[in-house]
Design a protein around this ligand. Structure first.
Ligand SMILES: Cc1cc2nc3c(=O)[nH]c(=O)nc-3n(C[C@H](O)[C@H](O)[C@H](O)COP(=O)(O)O)c2cc1C
Length: 512
């Protein structure tokens, strides 16, 4: 038998719509030929992930653009993803309730039929915000939220999930409000896969947020039917390796489905690290139900991030990211993953976290350190930062202000959080004068994407559209699957890696 000739058959393998009937020696045969040694079936991106997930959310592709804080995952991004048959989640975290209401109204009018989601982020520093946002979703009929950063199930989340719960004539429970939970830890995943805790249901009932009927049906539904297992990603991250997290989460979903005897099996989606077709195919082969991207989308034209920020992102490599303290959970020591290419935010923010750990108050900082902070980081006296912070909390959160007035360590935390929060806003707005302070959440998936598309049409961030990137990953994964099948059939040499080129939009369009 002659050795495989990748050159002859490769173009056919690369079109995932073709069925290939293979005869001995790698020759092409016809259906029904008695000498066939194998078949390479078509691989359709529309079959990736879970059919039930696609049906639940009325999608053509099990592909999700995850929420990105401060409207970075914008209305335009959600619309573009919905139009290609995927799902976009609006980045409501960090926005004022009025801005969220406005975005929801736009999404509803632009997507009257298609599904979109919006973020409900746990907000231990500002519980009133979490309550108000959950209320907006209930009032405005938002039927899908991505619930993130929850360390426990809160009454606001339970209110959202249980609102409108009823039974169909056949006795099945109908839950109009869907929750996609996002976690990195299995112990938290278990809580989301369980029915809401009775104590929290009672609390929501006592507050008049749910009816007796809704409370009585609570034991029959999981808090979240879908759960995104988030490995090392941009933004809040536990930096878990995908290769260990994803299979464990899939297994947990199976266990919990059996234990609670739910009518519909629980589902697990993959997030963290999806920046190439190969990564998406790995998630598909591990049994994940859907695929969530974030970092790559932030570099696209629909992103709410400034043009300057997107230009930096497009140049980053996989190692150009770093841990930094999270603004919203600074005192708890939570971490986010940010870009370190072209900005000094990470080392500056880490310096603040170190000073916070070592000192009891702003007044306790050594004079030299305080001067450094005022000159290099805050660019104004610390007393002035506190005055501005005070004003902010006086208008928004009197209780925290009172605590801070009495607690110098908390005062220091709020002043330091001023910088962490402003640095994200400066990046979103593209404030040139603060370029070295820009805080841009980003994971290594973006560097992997940049490496793959280097030298192609997509190297320039002006050419990056979220729907095209989704298409690139999905189509590419289908092609990679075909290459793997061809290798198994001996049609390609074992060491043939088949690194596929990113197709330009006009060619990609043929497949979608
Ligand atoms: C800039 C940025 C902001 C993010 N903000 C949020 C957020 O507000 N809520 C949330 O649930 N996830 C947030 N994420 C996580 C993404 O939704 C997504 O889960 C993650 O980016 C996937 O991993 P990847 O970064 O490797 O693509 C953010 C990610 C990035 C890059």
């Amino acid at each position: 038998m002659s050795s495989p000739q990748p050159g002859n058959i490769l173009p056919l393998i690369l079109d995932p719509r073709e069925t290939l009937f293979i005869k001995p020696g790698g020759e092409l045969g016809a259906p029904g030929d008695p000498n066939l040694v194998g078949i390479i079936p078509p691989v359709a991106p529309g079959n990736f992930g879970s059919k039930a997930f696609r049906k639940e959310f009325n999608l053509r592709y099990a592909y999700v653009g995850g929420a990105m804080v401060g409207g970075i995952s914008s209305v335009a991004m959600c619309v573009a993803l919905a139009d290609m048959g995927g799902l976009g989640v609006f980045g409501a975290s960090g926005l004022r309730p009025a801005a969220i209401e406005e975005a929801i109204a736009r999404l509803r009018s632009e997507l009257p039929e298609q599904t979109f989601g919006s973020c409900l982020i746990h907000s231990p520093q500002d519980p009133a915000w979490e309550e108000r946002v959950a209320e907006i979703y209930v009032e405005r009929g938002v039927t899908l939220v991505e619930a993130s950063a929850f360390m426990q199930i809160t009454p606001s989340l339970v209110r959202y999930r249980l609102h409108g719960l009823s039974t169909a004539p056949d006795g099945t429970v109908v839950a109009p409000n869907r929750v996609i939970a996002k976690v990195s830890r299995l112990e938290l995943a278990k809580r989301f896969f369980s029915p809401p805790p009775p104590k929290i249901v009672q609390e929501a009932l006592n507050r008049g947020w749910i009816t007796e009927r809704e409370a009585s049906l609570a034991p029959l539904v999981p808090v979240a039917q879908d759960l995104t297992a988030e490995a090392d990603s941009g933004g809040h991250s536990d930096f878990r390796p995908a290769l260990t997290l994803w299979p464990s989460a899939v297994r947990l979903a199976e266990e919990c489905s059996l234990r609670h005897d739910y009518r519909q099996p629980l589902r697990v989606g993959a997030a963290g690290g999806l920046g190439t077709p190969m990564a998406l195919l790995a998630a598909q082969d591990m049994g994940l139900a859907y695929f969530v991207t974030g970092s790559i989308n932030q570099s696209c034209v629909e992103s709410g991030l400034s043009e300057g920020g997107r230009a930096l992102l497009a140049k980053a490599g996989q190692t150009d990211v770093s841990q930094a303290p999270a603004a919203d959970m600074f005192e708890l020591g939570s971490k986010v993953q940010v870009l370190k290419y072209g900005t000094l935010f990470a080392p500056r923010a880490l310096k603040l976290a170190e000073l916070y750990r070592q000192h009891a108050s702003l007044e306790d900082l050594p004079a030299e350190e305080a001067r450094n902070l005022e000159e290099k980081i805050f660019r104004k006296p610390l007393s002035q930062v506190w005055a501005e912070t005070r004003e902010f909390f006086a208008a928004r959160d009197q209780a925290t202000l009172e605590k801070a007035e009495a607690n110098p360590k908390l005062r220091m935390a709020l002043v330091f959080r001023w910088y962490l929060g402003q640095a994200s806003r400066w990046a979103i707005a593209g404030l040139a004068d603060r370029r070295t302070d820009w805080s841009i959440f980003c994971g290594p998936s973006l560097g992997a994407f940049n490496e793959w598309v280097a030298g192609s049409f997509y190297e320039d961030p002006a050419n990056r559209r979220v729907a095209d990137l989704a298409g690139l990953l999905l189509h590419g994964a289908a092609v990679m699957k075909r290459l793997a099948l061809a290798r198994d059939l001996g049609l390609l040499p074992d060491d043939f890696h088949g690194l596929i080129e990113p197709l330009p939009p006009e060619e990609l369009g043929n497949f979608f």
